[in-house]
Design a protein around this ligand. Structure first.
Ligand code: FAD
Length: 433
């Protein structure tokens, strides 16, 4: 079924990045956007909304405040509307619970008429019939009906999906699963004899901490294995955090692509390490448990790369590991294996159908303009992108606070005027000479 309206922007996916854009555009009467999300409602990494986990950026990096502190969609207004101002005031914290950030985003999403949930974008075509526009095919997942919408521009906010090594795939998912499914299988963990977490980023640490808290109550053996040389902390000093600023994005963007490809892999600890407070919680628990005990039923193994996994006749799993420095091989048995092996950007298949209009680099990645449009051959209709831009815009591409800066730039370009002032200098240090 065709829809006759011509939208000036259609958004694919409603995670925090497109939700922020929808909230900012809601204040612009001349904007006519529509956003689609396949999930039935806004949900932010539901498998990791563990009680006690916190947003890793200050609440000021909500959906709107960094662009417009007067917006009615601010986190403070959410607190105000829910009559929690005094409690929040006495809490005296910038790092809000992750569950509260999700609840706040849901509150915003319910107020935005431009957001449609339970709708999957299945195809995207460019049409030139005198006018030039996109035809966006969307399936309503409730009644399986497909409709076609028209838009002058589109924005991809499809986020990322859990990355699971091939060798872990195809095994019973209640036994071998990604941290993205942690809460779904937490009860299953409580009944297990042994559990192993593989990986050493923030998600691995949060899952391990949660399992460690309950380890004595449920009596399972708990192991944590990583190929890294340590359970390294995230770089959280204030001057390091300045890498998550528009100034660093601008500096990084103008570097030659070969230089960016050289630098980006060295910046893992800015965003991939473990928060200091999580490491401290884990260490405190281990210390408490060790009082009066000869041996803990817990193991932490570094420098060990998991090479394969197979099911034992008894039903549990045998992991084969290689020590990355001594080259020794060893095996480890566990009833449950949780992989904390990160996420990879989701570039939808339908982008392929636009391949001819997009410019690609020699590694097969799309090229992206400084203002977050894909580089296209004619630039008549814009494809803005939030996802899969680390190779062009660097380490802050998945950061919640910087997403608001990105949306300011996108709104200015989309509406063809300076809706938001974008200051040149925002931080103390300089990255270029
Ligand atoms: C557990 C976890 C915690 C994090 N915590 C922080 C933090 O504290 N601070 C920080 O700065 N960053 C954090 N991040 C990184 C980042 O901010 C988040 O990943 C953020 O969710 C990215 O937002 P997004 O809008 O790009 O994508 P997502 O939140 O991944 O949302 C993308 C949405 O697109 C939908 N979608 C995909 N394809 C289609 C389609 N074809 N049609 C319709 N819908 C589609 C998906 O269903 C999904 O809901 C965290 C990441 C993880 C995994």
């Amino acid at each position: 079924m065709r829809q006759d309206s011509m939208y000036d922007l259609i958004g694919v996916g409603i995670g925090p990045f497109n939700l922020s854009l929808a909230a900012l555009l809601d204040d612009q009467p001349e904007a006519n956007p529509l956003f689609f999300e396949q999930k039935g409602k806004f949900e932010w990494h539901p498998g990791m909304l563990i009680e006690g986990t916190k947003l890793q950026v200050p609440f000021l990096a909500d959906l709107v405040t960094m662009a417009d502190p007067t917006s009615k969609y601010s986190f403070l207004n959410y607190i105000h509307e829910h009559e929690r101002m005094y409690q929040f005031y006495f809490l005296q914290r910038l790092d809000i619970p992750r569950r509260e950030y999700n609840d706040y985003c849901q509150w915003v999403s319910r107020q935005l008429e431009s957001c449609r949930f339970g709708h999957r974008v299945t195809d995207l075509r460019r049409i030139e019939d005198g006018e030039s526009y996109f035809e966006v095919e969307v399936r309503d997942l409730e009644n399986n009906e497909t409709k076609v919408y028209h838009a002058k521009n589109v924005i991809l906010g499809t986020g990322s999906v859990p990355a699971m090594p091939k060798s872990f795939q195809g095994l019973p998912e209640e036994d071998v699963f990604h941290t993205a499914e942690f809460l779904r299988y937490q009860d299953r963990c409580r009944k297990a004899e042994s559990i192993t977490v593989v990986g050493s980023g923030q998600s691995a640490a949060e899952a391990f901490r949660e399992l460690l808290k309950e380890q004595r109550e449920h009596g399972y053996r708990l192991d944590w294995i990583t190929r890294s040389s340590g359970f390294d902390s995230m770089e959280e000093s204030k001057l390091s955090l300045e890498h998550f600023s528009p100034d660093y994005v601008n500096y990084f963007y103008q570097l030659p692509q070969e230089k960016k490809d050289e630098i980006f892999p060295t910046q893992g600890l800015y965003y991939k390490g473990i928060s200091n407070h999580t490491v401290t919680d884990i260490y405190n628990l281990l210390y408490e448990y060790s009082v009066g005990e000869e041996e803990l039923n817990v193991g932490l193994q570094v420098l060990s790369e998991v090479k394969g996994i197979e099911q034992n006749p008894e039903g549990d799993y045998r992991i084969t590991c290689r020590h990355v420095e001594t080259d020794e091989t060893f095996t480890h048995d566990s009833e449950i294996v949780i992989t904390a092996t990160g996420y990879q950007p989701l570039v939808p298949d339908f982008v392929e159908s636009l391949a001819d209009m997009i410019e690609w680099d020699d590694k097969g990645r799309y090229k992206v303009e400084g203002d977050y449009r894909l580089k296209t051959v004619d630039q008549r209709n814009q494809i803005y992108v939030h996802s899969g831009i680390s190779h062009t815009h660097g380490v802050g591409s998945t950061n919640l606070g910087l997403a608001i800066h990105r949306n300011k730039v996108i709104v200015n370009h989309l509406l063809g005027r300076n809706v938001y002032h974008i200051p040149e200098k925002n931080i103390f240090q300089k990255f270029h000479v």
